[in-house]
Design a protein around this ligand. Structure first.
Ligand SMILES: NC(=O)c1ccc[n+]([C@@H]2O[C@H](COP(=O)([O-])OP(=O)(O)OC[C@H]3O[C@@H](n4cnc5c(N)ncnc54)[C@H](O)[C@@H]3O)[C@@H](O)[C@H]2O)c1
Ligand SMILES: CC(C)[C@H](C(=O)O)[C@@H](O)C(=O)O
Ligand SMILES: [Mg+2]
Length: 354
């Protein structure tokens, strides 16, 4: 079992370190060992190799059974030409190389964190448990032509039937094992690509008569997420809308630092939904939970270790229930625990409940 570990930039290395401690506990308890091969991506790779996705990193990823990524980007590399930047030349190029078409971002609001949410308890306390299924390999992120000069910048949003069918099936399959509701989010009142999206999603829905499908325009969806988040089960959407709505959904539990993700394709990749958080990097204050929950998703989806994944999730929940908080979710920042303390607490709890 080989894992490519790409810590990346900003808080990436800090939170990946904590997740790997959790993996060590899993190894100790199960007697299974994972081979971890470290690689460079993003700004970290630019500084070392002069490019955001070096050949060596590609090789490490292609030879691994799963890829475990921190995050990329930061102000230091923001002025590079677009294709050389950590985000486009690093992360998006890697996603394309691995054909990562489905990005799954589950959101759960912990009962003991209800008061951390900026929303009123009557909105958030009614139970929020949703998952965003974001198309990750097409759309405006990759459509051609695109270009930039002094006078004009332009992108192309394209979806074809095959791509929409594939991501729609992923969403319906996930919904089948949940509350059986898919909300497809598009902008079909304006965008041609959304008109095709809606038509094809309707066609795929016929294969899943037990799953209820509704369509929602993205502007309304952005509002409904805040107004009545409990109405959502599975949100099926495009690359860019999914990027925006998943960050928005992180505000429901109160922090991006709680939101993990899994991306499925030729190989699967696991990374937090949030970024490299340059504003808090290097201070040992970032929340490692998103990275730790991404590890749980990796164990479940790439290595069939479902029980182990549930145990990690349970350990996270218990540590939160006991009142431990990193700064992003702490009522009193004075009492917040550090990144490494949170990692240690989760490891200790995992050992206890194993
Ligand atoms: N997948 C990725 O690698 C990824 C995702 C998003 C943004 N980025 C990059 O990250 C850089 C910063 O972008 P941004 O500031 O818009 O987004 P960001 O997600 O890095 O940060 C947004 C806010 O959330 C907070 N935050 C994020 N993760 C946190 C954590 N684990 N614990 C506590 N707080 C956390 C940050 O402190 C910040 O206030 C940019 O270069 C951007 O391109 C990378
Ligand atoms: C860094 C950026 C390219 C990336 C995206 O937009 O997909 C990020 O925001 C994310 O959500 O993973
Ligand atoms: Mg994003």
């Amino acid at each position: 079992m080989k894992i490519a570990v790409l810590p990346g930039d900003g808080i990436g290395p800090e939170v990946v370190r904590e997740a790997l401690k959790v993996l060590e506990v899993v190894e100790k308890k199960t007697g299974k060992t994972f081979e971890k091969v470290f690689g460079h991506i993003g700004g970290d790779a630019i500084d070392k190799f002069g490019e955001p996705l070096p050949e060596e990193t590609k090789k490490i990823c292609l030879e691994a059974d799963a890829i475990f990524l921190g995050s990329v980007g930061g102000p230091k590399w923001d002025d590079l030409p677009p294709e050389k930047r950590p985000e486009i030349g690093g992360l998006l190029a890697l996603r394309k190389m691995l054909n990562l078409y489905a990005n799954i971002r589950p959101i759960k609001v912990y009962r003991s964190l209800v008061h951390v949410s900026p929303l009123k308890e009557k909105v958030i306390g009614s139970g929020v448990d949703l998952v965003t299924v974001r198309e990750l390999s097409y759309g405006v992120y990759y459509g051609q032509p695109r270009g930039l000069d002094e006078e004009k910048g332009f992108d192309t949003m394209i979806y074809d039937r095959k791509t929409v069918e594939r991501i729609a099936r992923t969403a319906f399959e996930i919904a089948k094992n949940r509350r059986k509701k898919v909300t497809s989010v598009d902008k079909a009142n304006v965008l041609y690509s959304s008109m095709l999206w809606r038509k094809v999603v309707n066609e795929v829905a016929r294969e899943y008569p037990d799953v209820e499908l509704t369509h929602m325009y993205v502007d309304n969806a952005a509002m409904q997420l805040i107004l009545k988040p409990s109405q959502f089960d599975v949100i099926l959407t495009t690359n860019m809308f999914g990027d925006i709505l998943s960050d928005e959904s992180a505000a429901l539990p109160g922090s991006l630092g709680l939101l993990p993700s899994a991306s499925f394709g030729d190989k699967n990749l696991y990374e937090p939904a949030g970024g490299s958080a340059p504003d808090i990097a290097g201070k040992n204050i970032a929340n490692p939970i998103a990275q730790i929950l991404s590890l749980a998703m990796m164990l479940e989806h790439s290595f069939g270790m479902v029980e182990e994944a549930r145990k990690i999730e349970r350990a996270v929940e218990l540590v939160i229930e006991e009142g431990y908080r990193t700064r992003d979710i702490a009522e009193d920042p004075e009492k917040a625990v550090s990144t490494s303390q949170m990692g240690d607490l989760i490891c200790k709890k995992l050992e206890e409940i194993w």
